[in-house]
Write a protein that binds this ligand. Structure first.
Ligand SMILES: Cc1cc2nc3c(=O)[nH]c(=O)nc-3n(C[C@H](O)[C@H](O)[C@H](O)COP(=O)(O)OP(=O)(O)OC[C@H]3O[C@@H](n4cnc5c(N)ncnc54)[C@H](O)[C@@H]3O)c2cc1C
Length: 299
């Protein structure tokens, strides 16, 4: 979710346009956690607010606001603050809630009269652990967070959008984009041809994926000295790729994403408008440093 979306949501909330606001704040609590593999941890959240949560599925992203250790809840300005994002940023570093981008892995609605609405977020735990990674590793039932997430299914934080005339889909994801890739594969219609590369650290990070698509999935396990994303994709001759107009979705570490996009557009002659690429993190930079870097580059 971009700052622009953050600001738009806050402004629209102030204007009292709740019914048409695409994004809003949700105060949620942790219900449970479950280790999926050596690297992946699933955190399930619940709360009354979820009734208004409306995921568009696929790679639906959201902004997660987390408390610092010792804080009972994330410190945020009131939702009605006029320039919400600027007010948030003006809070002291050690007080202001940690803001990180994550993917909605799954939303489950309560059955009529039974159970409660829930959402899952899958965290890739990394050795370079930043505050979000550390928070997830310690999370337990009752912990409080705030999410800036979708209130309408058709929202701009869903980026996986194959055009109607797509003949086949190419996907690359690392572990941070594995939740998004898994949800996108579940969404793909039966029979869609897909070539998928997923890069993970450990052999047990190969999670079971469910799809009705005709998907050829290659796991690139770094512990097993698998080739990097670019080498793996480059090694496949054109003749072994499905026929028809491709759509590509690539997400994960920024330099891998950039290299793959360049390969697809320059060497494979993919139409650049049919390549969705999203840098989920950049080696050596925290998410706020990455955001500042992008702002500087844009300026
Ligand atoms: C749209 C979007 C959706 C995303 N969805 C998910 C998701 O569903 N699950 C998920 O786990 N992540 C997801 N991410 C990535 C996540 O936001 C980043 O990994 C984030 O940096 C983690 O925050 P942190 O506080 O743990 O580390 P930070 O404080 O941001 O960074 C601390 C250090 O850790 C490094 N680092 C960050 N991530 C990794 C990593 N995976 N491996 C190795 N080093 C790393 C940084 O380069 C930095 O040096 C998503 C990002 C975007 C933009």
């Amino acid at each position: 979710m971009t700052e622009a979306e953050t600001e738009t949501a806050a402004e629209a909330e102030t204007a009292g346009e709740a019914a048409t606001v695409p994004f809003r704040f949700f105060g949620l609590t942790v219900v449970r956690t479950r280790r999926l593999s050596t690297s992946m941890l699933r955190v399930t959240f619940g709360g009354e607010d979820l009734r208004a949560f409306a995921s568009g599925g696929r790679d639906q992203s959201l902004s997660l606001f987390l408390p610092h250790p010792g804080q009972p809840e994330p410190a945020l300005p009131p939702e009605t603050a006029p320039d919400w994002f600027a007010t948030y940023r003006a809070l002291p570093d050690d007080v202001r809630a940690v803001m990180r981008s994550y993917t909605l892995r799954e939303q489950r609605r309560a059955a009529d009269g039974a159970g409660a609405d829930e959402i899952d977020i899958d965290f890739a735990l990394h050795d370079d652990g930043g505050p979000a990674c550390r928070w997830a590793a310690r999370a337990s039932a009752g912990d409080r967070v705030v999410i800036l997430g979708p209130a309408v299914e058709d929202n701009t934080a869903v980026r996986f959008r194959p055009p109607e005339d797509t003949g086949w889909v190419l996907m690359w994801a690392d572990e941070t984009a594995l939740p998004a890739a898994a949800a996108a594969l579940e969404w793909l219609p039966a029979g869609t041809r897909a070539k998928v590369w997923i890069e993970v650290q450990h052999a047990d990070d190969r999670l079971e994926l469910t799809t009705a698509a005709d998907a050829d999935i290659t796991w690139l396990v770094r512990d097993e000295n698998a080739p990097c994303a670019l080498d793996a994709v480059r090694a496949v001759p054109d003749a072994e790729l499905p026929e028809g107009t491709p759509y590509a979705w690539i997400a994960g570490e920024s330099s891998s994403v950039r290299a793959l996009r360049r390969h697809l557009v320059q060497e494979r002659k993919f139409d650049r408008k049919r390549v969705t690429f999203v840098g989920y993190w950049r080696r050596g930079l925290s998410e706020e440093q990455l955001r500042e870097r992008v702002e500087e580059e844009d300026a």
